[in-house]
Ligand binder design. Structure first.
Ligand SMILES: C[S@@+](CC[C@H](N)C(=O)[O-])C[C@H]1O[C@@H](n2cnc3c(N)ncnc32)[C@H](O)[C@@H]1O
Length: 202
């Protein structure tokens, strides 16, 4: 990459993209447009798009630098089933997408105010058909399980950076999803004390 290359790299994506892909393969529909909320660098979306070419992928992120990076990864990889990134803030009531076959959101809800989680549920509920999947990935707190030391340290660091951030309680996230018409369909333990959480629009 040159110094004017807009592509950003998040080292964790190369570690978690294949375990996430394995879950996505089992829950996504055979065709349609998958909206990714909070695409970040764009490394995930080009990886998923290459592996699942029958789907169209719509990345998004409210950060201009992130969208430039996503554009850079799309151009560099030559993936033709990824649309240009959209400026979507999950917390806003207007999203630049009015329908999707599934919504994917990786590592956002603990690094944003709770309003972003509520907005994600509200927006996904607006654009998904009954039965469609809302997929979340990241670290969570769980009532029945002591928080892992690595996640406790991460939570402390997040809260010191912004008191509105921090690991979310899975039951609270599920309750929020339920209030927007989603049922919890599955929880998959992932490497490094993360979870895949799958909701279905009722
Ligand atoms: C830790 S990064 C995760 C990026 C990518 N999904 C990944 O796992 O590498 C968090 C991302 O959430 C985005 N974000 C923060 N608040 C958001 C919001 N309200 N709506 C949508 N995206 C948001 C940020 O711009 C950032 O790209």
């Amino acid at each position: 990459m040159t110094s004017d290359d807009p592509r950003q790299c998040a080292p964790a994506t190369t570690r978690n993209r294949d375990p996430i892909l394995a879950v996505l393969r089992s829950i996504l529909p055979p065709s349609g447009v998958v909206l990714e909320v909070a695409s970040g660098t764009g490394e995930h979306v080009v990886h998923f798009a290459r592996a699942l070419p029958m789907l169209k992928w719509q990345p998004s992120d409210p950060s201009r630098e992130a969208r430039r990076s996503i554009d850079g990864w799309i151009a560099a990889e030559g993936t033709d089933n990824v649309y240009p990134p959209l400026d979507i803030d999950a917390a806003c009531d207007r999203w630049a997408v009015d329908h999707a076959a599934a919504v994917v959101c990786i590592n956002m809800i603990h690094i944003s105010p709770w309003a972003a989680t509520e907005g994600l549920m509200r927006g996904a509920s607006r654009i998904l058909d009954p039965g469609a999947a809302l997929y979340l990935y990241g670290p969570f707190r769980r009532a029945a399980k002591p928080i892992e030391p690595s996640n406790a340290a991460f939570d402390k660091d997040l809260r010191s950076r912004d008191p509105r951030w921090g690991l979310r309680d899975l039951d609270e996230v599920a309750a929020c999803a339920g209030s927007h018409g989603f049922n919890l369909d599955g929880v998959v333990e992932m490497p490094a004390n993360n979870l895949s959480v799958i909701f279905r629009r009722s």
